[in-house]
Design a protein around this ligand. Structure first.
Ligand code: ATP
Ligand code: MN
Length: 526
């Protein structure tokens, strides 16, 4: 494990320079434990179990996903006029924050704590240092995987700038503490602290830091922060994959022909694309070795599996089991994937893919976007939600999340869109819209576009194959659809051809186009 830098154990914080008052308050803090020690601790604490491939498997409890309605930002001089306040960025009183801080410190005073020094941003000029404090050993292991691991040298005089205090057992009292319910994620941009309580969903920590970077980078450094995955070809051509949850960022960026830069969060400055993270957090529902060999192979000793179940009487994971949640996940350090870019940086992108899982089955599986269209689809951030999939056929719902990540954006979406616009205007980037959702009819009638077809279309775009292919314009969306693609049936390329009832197709397409228009007016205020 040559990239696994943190192999030494510090059983007591005193053995290493302690740079935070939080750490000096406690007797029982284990700082920067290695992967194996954390796995041992987690097993000893009864936090989970091992699978037959050696992965650590556990449940996240009541919350099997993030809780966006319980996310708050402290309202103060710094944030008052910069944060786009509203449903996504809910204001939290600074005094209440201070009171909650004291309450949490008291709560953890006699608890065993796992702390870790971590970083975000693979580009040295943008790197931030983080101190993570957890009560759960596996949460600390999650942070080892998902954040960037500091080198031994960086650890010598490590000065944490941001702190994450993550105490799942701590439940807030909404009436006194000012939260909505017992669980919360609160970000204080002035004190540089993220508080998490009442939930053991580990994704809150990674998306907390993502939110922080979505403020710092565009606001303070004019660097575009993005909810996208990224990989790079042998010729140094970078590709970005934007998309909302479940649309394929992680799945499609793991590619045997290309090196992975990162699977979820990146920055794009004047010269490069860089990962914010040090690992991946992949969905594993219905995972198969055949379809997703890189991710399947990454689930081994050290990796974490959340909310999965075993096949009966075995320690072998049944990836089809969704009895706990459909959002089953694995977390692993990025180098558990065979081909990765080291460090996690790449050139400015040549191709950008907007991934959408259109459950209406009306958007083409691949189309080429003009700069104007690219801006329009970026601001829209469309995908669809399937309400109660297990209950049989239900009408899907169009969901729009600006910049493919509105839930993580402290600033107004148009700030990010304008930064992207400037980069696209500078030229040399092709932008594609990819529907990884339905074809041949909507959810319940048609079927999800097969992963090998989506991969074939992406490879064709990356190779420049479409430069020599005719395109036709979609008559409702105006999207340019290629008429040929290697290894993809011709009829699949024009969605209307896959529907039996052409009139029904036009109707659905028109109604989706109207939803797009309504949403655009709402965001742009026009
Ligand atoms: P998140 O932001 O929550 O991490 P994500 O965009 O990374 O979400 P993935 O983890 O890549 O989403 O999930 C895509 C899921 O859809 C996977 O389970 C994958 O197997 C499945 N899938 C099925 N068909 C396709 C397809 N044609 N293209 C991409 N993914 C597909
Ligand atoms: Mn992902």
């Amino acid at each position: 494990m040559k990239h696994d830098i943190l192999t030494s154990d510090f059983s007591n914080a005193a053995k290493q320079k302690v740079n935070h008052p939080l750490l000096s308050l406690h007797a029982d803090i284990r700082l920067n434990l290695s992967v194996s020690t954390l796995v041992e601790e987690a097993l000893k604490n009864g936090e989970g179990t091992l699978t037959d491939t050696g992965a650590f498997m556990c449940d996240t409890g009541k919350f099997t996903g993030r809780s966006p309605k319980d996310k708050f930002t402290v309202y103060d001089d710094k944030t008052a006029d910069t944060v786009a306040w509203g449903e996504i960025n809910q204001a939290f009183d600074a005094d209440k924050f201070e009171a909650l801080y004291q309450k949490m410190l008291t709560f953890i005073a006699n608890k065993k704590l796992y702390a870790r020094y971590a970083c975000a941003c693979a580009a040295p000029e943008h790197k931030i240092n983080i101190l993570v404090v957890n009560t759960l050993a596996w949460h600390n292991l999650f942070c080892h995987h998902l954040f960037i691991r500091p080198t031994e040298n960086e650890l010598v005089n490590f000065e944490p700038e941001w702190t994450i205090l993550d105490i799942p057992e701590f439940e807030a009292n909404p009436e006194i503490d000012g939260t909505r319910q017992s669980n919360f994620t609160i970000i204080d941009f002035t004190k540089k602290i993220i508080f998490i309580g009442g939930t053991a969903y580990a994704g809150e920590m990674k998306k907390g830091i993502f939110t922080v970077l979505n403020y710092i980078l565009p606001e303070e450094k004019k660097v575009l922060s993005m909810h996208c995955s990224a990989n790079i070809g042998k010729d140094g051509d970078t590709a970005l994959f934007f998309g909302l949850s479940g649309t394929g960022k992680t799945t499609l960026s793991a590619d045997p022909y290309r090196n992975l830069i990162g699977d979820d969060e990146h920055g794009w400055d004047d010269k490069q694309v860089f990962n914010f993270e040090g690992g991946c957090y992949a969905k594993v529902i219905n995972l198969s070795e055949e379809q997703e060999p890189e991710i399947f192979g990454a689930i081994r000793y050290g990796s974490i599996l959340e909310n999965t179940r075993f096949k009966e009487n075995t320690k072998s994971v049944d990836y089809s089991n969704q009895s706990v949640t459909e959002n089953t996940r694995t977390a692993y350090p990025i180098h558990y994937i065979p081909n990765v870019a080291i460090p996690s940086v790449g050139n400015a992108p040549k191709n950008i893919f907007f991934l959408t899982a259109d459950a209406f089955g009306v958007l083409p599986p691949i189309s080429k976007l003009s700069i104007e269209q690219a801006m329009y689809y970026f601001v829209a951030g469309y995908t669809s939600k399937l309400a109660g999939t297990e209950m049989g056929i239900k009408e899907p719902q169009a969901t729009f999340s600006a910049c493919f990540g509105a839930a993580f954006l402290p600033l107004h979406p148009l700030k990010y869109a304008n930064l992207l616009g400037e980069k696209l205007e500078a030229g040399n980037v092709k932008v594609w819209l990819i529907n990884t959702g339905w074809s041949g009819g909507g959810y319940g009638v048609g079927s999800r576009i097969k992963l090998p077809y989506t991969r074939a279309m992406i490879h064709a775009a990356l190779k420049g194959e479409f430069d020599n292919v005719n395109f036709i314009k979609h008559d409702i969306f105006g999207l340019e659809m290629p008429t040929m693609c290697t290894d993809v049936p011709k009829d699949l390329l024009n969605p209307k051809n896959t529907w039996l009832d052409k009139e029904a197709y036009d109707q659905k397409a028109r109604s989706l186009a109207i939803s797009f228009e309504e949403n655009y007016r709402r965001i742009s205020g026009k």
